[in-house]
Design a protein around this ligand. Structure first.
Ligand code: SF4
Ligand code: SF4
Length: 370
């Protein structure tokens, strides 16, 4: 396929949304809701967060309005695109007891329509691929996830405005997307540089009122992305911390963290790669039927490690240690890479302002020891 690099003027940006809608896609995009940027149904480009910037720090997230015409001059909100493939709560099957006492089980398939998401961040594309590794494993393929995943068209917007909490450059997952999308946009003052990654993206771009991207526009986009990477000051002390973390299971910093951590689970709820869930039954009042459902869970919840009457990780120290040793350590054994894509959400949305990059640097960097 021919590499497609094109320029779409700002005044013509609505044509992209209209084209997706005319092509039969349910369109989703970022918008401001209750002081945060969230992904929801996007009917018109007026809903996009025009001129909005985010200010993020450990335990802080604020939006600020400016006069800028830019639509994507912010880093991220509390959720990526995980809920569009891995639903926060959904019924998996229904059981029904007949008059004679026979039980019938019926799988519940989600109703899914082709969905185009505009404004996906490169780190969230990386997280989606981690979720794929988990939910699409041949031996335990998840049909609900697969059905939603197959219907997704992804329009990534490369990140030119990272937050202070971002560290995707150090994990190799941003600020520019290199895989996994249909079309990538880079926003400039007067419009967007467009690049198709596959045939589907290429066919869509061809139908837009584009012009060939000039050398100057390409240079501006490259400069903006280099600047975005250089602005990031946080980083993990290495891309593979598997060995170091497990060598430091008794490091005193785990207890130091436990004295600040509220075990609230916010970090896992906002993390785009966390996939833990619990399952339960919802019985109908007639006593003849029930629904089996699953919902997001967290390694910080009391029931997460409850097995045969024993809670294996009852204290905050072991819960937090489980989160990080899995996310940054044993994920390498399980899925061939770290489970962290450097989005920084767990830093911004932690009510105690706990910063995993700082904590892990102490634990793996040997600044304290028993
Ligand atoms: S661990 Fe934190 S920074 Fe890493 S992907 Fe999850 S939320 Fe983002
Ligand atoms: S690290 Fe922060 S967000 Fe995570 S459970 Fe502890 S207090 Fe909550």
């Amino acid at each position: 396929m021919e590499r497609s690099l094109a320029f779409l003027a700002r005044e013509a940006f609505a044509s992209l949304l209209q084209l997706l809608q005319k092509s039969g896609y349910h369109t989703v995009g970022p918008q401001v809701r209750e002081g945060a940027i969230v992904f929801d149904t996007l009917n018109t480009i007026d809903q996009l967060p025009k001129g909005v910037h985010d200010q993020q720090a450990a335990g802080q997230y604020r939006l600020k309005q400016s006069d800028s015409p830019r639509l994507f001059a912010w880093a991220n909100g509390p959720q990526g695109i995980k809920p569009f493939v891995f639903s926060p709560k959904e019924a998996l099957w229904r059981s029904q007891r007949s008059e004679s006492g026979t039980l019938t089980f019926t799988a519940i398939e989600p109703e899914v329509k082709p969905t185009a998401i505009i404004g996906v961040r490169p780190c969230d594309i990386a997280a989606l691929y981690l979720q794929d590794k988990h939910f699409l494993q041949q031996e335990s393929l998840d049909p609900s996830y697969q059905k939603r995943r197959e219907q997704l068209l992804l329009i990534v917007v490369n990140c030119t405005h990272p937050a202070k909490t971002c560290f995707c450059a150090s994990t190799g997952d941003g600020p520019q997307a290199n895989y996994g999308y249909d079309i990538a946009l880079t926003e400039l003052d007067d419009g967007f540089l467009l690049e198709a990654h596959n045939q589907r993206g290429h066919q869509l771009i061809e139908k837009l009122p584009i012009q060939p991207a000039t050398e100057q526009q390409q240079r501006l986009a490259e400069q903006a992305l280099t600047k975005a990477a250089n602005q990031q000051t946080r980083q993990l002390p290495g891309q593979n911390l598997n060995q170091k973390l497990f060598e430091n299971l008794k490091h005193p910093q785990w207890q130091d963290i436990a004295e600040r951590c509220l075990s609230c689970g916010n970090c896992t709820a906002v993390c785009p790669s966390c996939f833990c869930h619990s399952e339960g039954e919802l019985a109908a009042l007639d006593g003849h039927s029930s629904e089996h459902y699953r919902e997001w869970d967290s390694c910080f919840s009391p029931g997460h490690s409850h097995i045969h009457g024993i809670t294996i990780r009852a204290d905050t120290r072991t819960k937090y240690r489980q989160w990080l040793t899995h996310k940054l350590g044993s994920w390498h054994t399980q899925y061939g890479r770290s489970g962290c894509v450097g989005c920084g959400r767990c830093i911004s949305w932690c009510p105690a302002g706990i910063d995993l990059t700082a904590e892990v640097s102490i634990i793996c960097g040997g600044e304290k020891d028993e």
